[in-house]
Design a protein around this ligand. Structure first.
Ligand SMILES: [Zn+2]
Length: 157
């Protein structure tokens, strides 16, 4: 485990739901990283679908699009506290895309989007500063759908 003197790993300003805000308040009070392996299951309420050497595969407890997408999987780095893609081992990079491929096969995915924010949450709009990635699968576009939009950073108002 990499040591760090950071005391806050969550960005309440990037929370989207009341559940996230309440959970973040507890995390802030505890002063821990909620995505580090030893704390993960204290705060994360969704089932762990799979653990590999480097990743925890689960679902997002506050999914994008208010839960109206087909799937919103979350991959949380499980081999220490890192927050940059360059800090992943080669094994971790391969495992991540193998997991995406596995989910794609299992759920017969016809499409989807992978999103990985990294670094400073004040730049990238993330709510937790610990390397993680999202696999989001929306619904098929038709006259009753609209685009599923997510924050990936900031621009001037
Ligand atoms: Zn962490």
């Amino acid at each position: 485990m990499e040591t760090t003197n950071k005391t806050s790993f969550v960005l309440t300003e990037n929370a989207r739901t009341d559940l996230q805000k309440e959970t973040m308040a507890r995390i802030e009070a505890d002063g821990v990283c909620p995505f580090c392996a030893e704390h993960f299951e204290t705060y994360h309420t969704e089932p762990v679908l799979k653990k590999t050497k480097n990743w925890i595969l689960t679902t997002n407890f506050s999914p994008y699009g208010d839960g109206k997408a087909q799937h919103h999987f979350l991959f949380v780095y499980n081999a220490g506290h890192i927050n940059k893609p360059g800090e992943m081992t080669d094994d971790a990079r391969i495992e991540l895309f193998d997991l995406v491929d596995e989910l794609s096969t299992k759920h017969n995915l016809e499409g989807g989007s992978i999103l990985m924010r990294f670094g400073d949450g004040k730049i990238n709009g993330s709510s937790v500063e610990h390397l993680h990635a999202h696999l989001i699968v929306g619904q098929r576009q038709d006259e009753n759908t609209k685009g599923l939009k997510v924050k990936v950073g900031y621009i001037p108002k």
